[in-house]
Design a protein around this ligand. Structure first.
Ligand code: NAD
Length: 213
């Protein structure tokens, strides 16, 4: 398979969200024009993104929503369940534990960890917070695939290393620090502050936004 640009993967996630909505609204068929309008890209871009993975839809007749949605789920690896742990049960960890949409894609939150004795033992959204000392054993026992890392920056690399050693495949890193990924572990950063800084850049230099859009 050709190398897939990161931007394509991000757009596939957007197309899937659009298809979820269409399916909820019981719309049976769609087109690259419709997906393009909703995703704010060109229809050529939609077709190009999908073409990395094969041929979808019928020329002139568009796509069957259920089929394209199933294909995108397969491409994005979302047809399998993922067991998830949250490391760092502060304000963000608690908010993430309460996020209801995860189950739709079979992300199963099974464990939560913290170092703070006041937090250990508490029930947060149905998860009993465990001490991080139990992490390795619990990750193996519960077959955890993915961790949400919501610890302070200073603790992030250590926690990531611990998760990698325990066999976690992916880390969604919310801490504002660039992690050295543990071997065989994929790290995906989520940074709300970085988004604000990019926004600030484009607000003060609106011309640049026009040129790069
Ligand atoms: P917080 O201080 O409320 O919570 C952090 C928690 O991590 C605490 O409960 C603390 O006891 C725990 N902790 C510390 N070291 C640990 C370790 N080694 N193992 C397990 N748990 C440990 O902070 P918060 O507001 O919830 O923010 C958490 C992180 O997320 C910070 O790094 C913050 O900068 C970041 N953040 C990111 C975004 C984003 O958009 N990505 C938004 C808000 C906050």
């Amino acid at each position: 398979m050709a190398t897939i640009p990161n931007a394509t993967v991000s757009r596939l996630v957007t197309y899937l969200r659009i298809l979820d909505r269409l399916e909820e609204d019981e719309v049976a068929r769609t087109s690259s024009d419709h997906l393009a309008r909703e995703a704010h890209v060109s229809a050529f871009q939609v077709r190009k993104d999908l073409a990395y993975f094969g041929r979808f839809g019928t020329r002139g007749a568009g796509y069957v929503v259920a089929t394209l949605r199933r294909e995108l789920m397969r491409i994005l690896g979302l047809t399998r369940p993922y067991n998830v742990a949250i490391v760092g049960m502060g304000r963000l960890g608690e908010a993430v534990a309460d996020y209801p949409k995860l189950e739709r894609y079979d992300f199963r939150q099974l464990a939560a960890f913290d170092v703070d004795p006041d937090k250990v033992g508490r029930d947060v959204g149905g998860l009993v917070v465990r001490h991080v000392d139990e992490l390795s054993e619990a990750v193996r026992e519960l077959d955890i695939d993915i961790a949400f890392l919501t610890v302070p920056s200073s603790a992030a690399q250590g926690a990531a290393d611990l998760l990698g050693e325990a066999g976690v495949e992916g880390i969604l890193n919310f801490a504002p620090t660039v992690l050295d990924p543990p071997p065989d572990t994929y790290v995906e950063p989520v940074d709300f502050l970085a988004g604000l800084k990019r926004l600030s850049f484009y607000i003060q230099q609106p011309k640049l936004k026009e040129e790069t859009a």
